[in-house]
Design a protein around this ligand. Structure first.
Ligand code: ZN
Length: 658
C-alpha cells in the first residue's frame, strides 16, 4: 500500500546537502504540501509513495535551492548606475542621493520583483534582504513565492522611508508584528552598520529583535577603513564594539566580516551569529579578502551572499559560490581550502543556518520545507560526468555549472519555474518598467553633474550659506610690525587664534563653476600643540562681484560646512581638473574698528614658500555696506603700515597657478 503525496521527483541525482552529505543516484524525493516527506533511492521511495504529479528529472541534479545570505534586492533598479568607485564615493556620492530622490514603495516593489525573477533563474530559493520600505519588499517577495528574511533598515541618517531613526524603528516594529508568522517571510530588523548607527539605535534594535525573536541583520567590518576608524574612536575593533552595545544578544546575521580576527570570530561564534560572505562585492569594491577558511575552522556558519546588485552587479549565486571557493584558495595560497562541497554547503545548508533558518530550509531532509531546484549538468560546458568520487558531483556544480542550467525551481512546495519558464512573474514587463525608471534616474544625474554646487548639495548634510566678502590681501615683509601696530588704541582686539591650515583647492574645466576648497584647520595653543582639528568645505564663487576702490575685492562665496568626508573622497567624487595644496601658519585677530568688525589674518605661507601675507576681511550682505567697509579696509591697511605693499587682488591660489 503506497502513501499518496503531491509531487514525486524521480530519476534524479539527488544531492541532499544533509549532515551526512547523502547522495542518491537515481534518487527520489516526495513532497506533500509545503514539506519534504521523504528522500532516498528511487527504488525505495517508489515502493512507498505515489503522487498525482510525478516529475521525471531525466538524470539531472535535484538539490536544495541556493540561499543568498546578504543582499539589497530593490537595488536591481540601480544596477550599473555608478561603477569603479570606492565604497564611500559610490555610497555617499551616488547611491544615497539617488535613493533619497527615487526610492518609494513602488520603486521597492518593482526592484524586488525584478530581483526575484533573476534569483529564481539562478536557483535561489531563500534570500536575506536589507533595505527601505521593507514591508513592500516582503509583499513583492511573498507574491513571487520566494522565501526571505526581510530586514527593515534603521540608521542615524535620514532614510528614504524615515526622517529619523525613531520612525524606521516604529516601521520595523509594525512590520515584524504583522509578518511574524508568515509562511515565507521572516521579518527582521536591520541596523545598517555600527558606523551608521548610534549606540542608542543599536540598543533599541537589539531590544526589538529580542522581543519578537527575529534576526538582526547588520554590515560588520566590511572595510579596513571602518575598523581603523572604530579603533581610533572607540579603542576597539568592530565586533567587541557591537558586543558592548548589546547587539550580540540578538540572532545576528553579520554581513561581510572581511576584517575580523580570530578573537572576534570566537565572539561571534559564542553569540550564535551567522556570517554572510560576499565575494563579488568584496572583490569589486576592493574591500579585502574575508578570512573564510579561518571562520569555518572556528566553527562559524558562513553563508554566501551577492550583496546588492548595484555592487556586484548581479544576483547570480552560482557565480558567487564559485568565487567563494576561488577567493579563499587564492587569498590563502592554498588550493585545498574551501573545496567544492564546502562552497556548496555554504550556499545551501550552512547559509540557511547563518540566517537562523536551518530548521526550515537549506537541505533535502524529511520535515524541511520543499525548497528545491533542478540543475542540468549535461550541457557541453559541463560534460562529461564522473562518478568515481562523490565530490565529482559538487565540483561539477560549483566549478562548471551556470545559473542558466537551472531548469526548475520549487519553493515551499510551489512551482516558481518549470522548464526555464517563470510562473509567478512577468519578466518582460518588469524589464520594460525598469528601463523607463532608469531614463528618469539618468536625467536626474545628468542635471546634477552639471554643477559643482549641485553635486555638493546632493551629498546632503551641507548647509548653503551665501555671503559677500570684502577682502584685501597684501604681501608684506615685516609681520612683526603688523603685530605691534594691532595694539593701537583705535583697534580693539576681541579674539585671537593661531592655526595651521592645510588647504586644497580644486578647480574645474569650466571656471564659472568656482573653486572648491577643502580646509583642515588645526587650532594651535601657546605651546605650539594642536588642540583642535576641523575640516570645512567651501565653494568659492569664481565670479567676482567687482572691485571697490582700487584694491579691495568684493567676492561671493558659498560656505558648505563642515566637511563630513575625507579629502580623498571629495577628490574622487568631484574629479577636479587641477588641485593645488597650500600649507600656512595663520594668526587671526578678530577686531573692532569704528564699530565695525573685521578679521585680520597674518599668514606665513610655508608650502609653497611665498613669504608673509596680510589679509583684512569682512563679511557683508549688501553692496552698499560693502562700499562702506571697503573704505575702512583701506584705512586699516594704512594704519597697519601696509598701505604701500604689493596688493594681491588675486589670491594665493591664482598667484600659484599663474
Ligand atoms: Zn550590503
Amino acid at each position: 500500500m503506497t502513501q499518496k503525496v503531491d509531487v514525486l521527483f524521480i530519476n534524479a541525482l539527488v544531492l541532499t546537502m544533509d549532515g551526512k552529505l547523502n547522495q542518491y543516484d537515481p534518487g527520489a524525493v516526495a513532497v506533500s504540501g509545503d514539506l519534504i516527506v521523504a528522500v532516498g533511492s528511487e527504488a525505495a521511495i517508489k515502493t512507498e509513495f505515489d503522487a498525482s504529479e510525478i516529475i521525471d528529472c531525466g538524470g539531472k541534479v535535484l538539490m536544495p535551492g541556493l540561499v543568498n545570505a546578504h543582499t539589497h534586492v530593490p537595488m536591481t533598479l540601480l544596477r550599473g548606475l555608478a561603477d569603479d568607485l570606492r565604497l564611500d564615493v559610490w555610497l555617499m556620492g551616488y547611491m544615497l542621493p539617488v535613493e533619497r530622490e527615487f526610492v518609494s514603495p513602488d520603486f521597492v516593489r518593482l526592484g524586488t520583483m525584478l530581483a526575484c525573477a533573476e534569483q529564481i533563474r539562478t536557483g535561489v530559493t531563500t534570500f536575506n534582504d536589507m533595505y527601505y520600505f521593507e514591508e513592500d519588499v516582503a509583499k513583492a517577495t511573498a507574491k513571487a513565492g520566494l522565501r526571505a528574511v526581510c530586514g527593515q533598515t534603521v540608521m542615524k541618517f535620514p532614510a528614504p522611508d524615515a526622517a529619523a531613526f525613531e520612525d524606521s524603528l516604529a516601521m520595523a516594529r509594525e512590520f515584524i508584528q504583522g509578518w511574524k508568522d508568515h509562511p515565507l517571510i521572516v521579518p527582521a530588523v536591520a541596523p545598517h552598520a555600527p558606523y551608521s548607527c548610534t549606540p542608542e539605535i543599536l540598543r533599541a534594535v537589539t531590544d526589538l529583535a529580542r522581543e519578537f525573536d527575529v534576526p538582526l541583520h547588520i554590515h560588520i567590518a566590511e572595510t579596513a577603513f571602518e575598523v581603523e576608524t572604530m579603533r581610533n574612536e572607540n579603542g576597539m575593533p568592530v565586533v567587541p564594539y557591537v558586543k558592548k552595545q548589546g547587539i550580540l544578544e540578538a540572532k545576528v546575521i553579520a554581513a561581510h566580516c572581511v576584517h575580523i580576527d580570530t578573537g572576534e570570530m570566537r565572539t561571534l561564534l559564542h553569540a550564535g551569529a551567522g556570517v554572510a560572505h560576499n565575494p563579488s562585492s568584496n572583490l569589486k569594491l576592493a574591500s579585502g579578502f574575508a578570512p573564510v577558511q579561518k571562520m569555518l575552522e572556528a566553527g562559524l556558519n558562513v553563508g554566501i551572499g551577492t550583496d546588492g546588485p548595484a555592487s556586484n552587479n548581479d544576483l547570480d549565486m552560482f557565480e558567487e559560490v564559485r568565487l567563494a571557493s576561488f577567493v579563499a584558495k587564492a587569498s590563502s595560497n592554498d588550493p585545498t581550502v574551501v573545496p567544492a562541497v564546502t562552497a556548496l554547503l555554504m550556499g545551501t545548508r550552512m547559509g540557511a543556518k547563518a540566517l537562523h533558518l536551518g530548521h526550515l530550509t537549506g537541505s533535502i531532509e524529511t520535515g524541511k520545507r520543499a525548497d528545491l531546484i533542478i540543475v542540468d549538468t549535461s550541457p557541453a560546458h559541463n560534460s562529461p560526468r564522473f562518478r568515481r568520487d562523490p565530490n565529482n558531483a559538487y565540483a561539477q556544480l560549483v566549478y562548471a555549472s551556470k545559473s542558466t542550467d537551472v531548469s526548475d525551481v520549487m519553493v515551499n512546495g510551489k512551482w516558481l519555474m518549470r522548464d526555464h519558464k517563470l510562473l509567478t512573474l512577468n519578466e518582460e514587463e518588469l524589464v520594460a518598467q525598469a528601463r523607463e525608471l532608469a531614463k528618469k534616474i539618468d536625467v536626474f544625474l545628468i542635471e546634477r553633474e552639471q554643477s559643482v554646487l549641485s553635486k555638493l548639495i546632493a551629498l546632503g548634510g551641507s548647509m548653503e550659506q551665501e555671503s559677500f566678502e570684502v577682502q584685501v590681501k597684501v604681501k608684506i615683509v615685516e609681520p612683526d610690525l603688523v603685530v605691534r601696530t594691532l595694539t593701537r588704541p583705535e583697534i580693539g582686539i576681541t579674539a585671537f587664534k593661531h592655526y595651521r591650515q592645510y588647504d586644497d583647492y580644486f578647480s574645474f574645466d569650466d571656471p564659472a563653476q568656482g573653486r572648491l576648497r577643502f580646509r583642515e584647520d588645526n587650532l594651535v595653543n601657546e605651546k605650539g600643540e594642536t588642540v583642535n582639528v576641523r575640516a570645512r568645505l567651501t565653494l568659492l564663487g569664481q565670479k567676482r562681484e567687482g572691485q571697490i576702490g582700487q584694491d579691495v575685492l568684493l567676492s561671493r562665496s558659498r560656505f558648505l560646512a563642515p566637511a563630513a568626508h575625507t579629502l580623498r573622497f571629495y577628490r574622487e567624487y568631484f574629479k577636479p581638473k587641477e588641485e593645488v595644496s597650500i600649507t600656512k601658519d595663520r594668526r587671526r585677530w578678530h577686531i573692532r574698528y569704528k564699530e565695525t568688525e573685521f578679521f585680520v589674518n597674518l599668514d606665513r605661507m610655508e608650502h609653497p614658500d611665498m613669504g608673509h601675507f596680510l589679509e583684512i576681511k569682512s563679511r557683508t550682505w549688501s553692496r552698499k555696506d560693502a562700499e562702506r567697509k571697503a573704505h575702512m579696509v583701506v584705512e586699516l591697511m594704512a594704519l597697519l603700515g601696509a598701505a604701500n605693499s604689493e596688493t594681491m587682488t588675486q589670491d594665493y591660489i591664482e598667484a600659484i597657478q599663474n
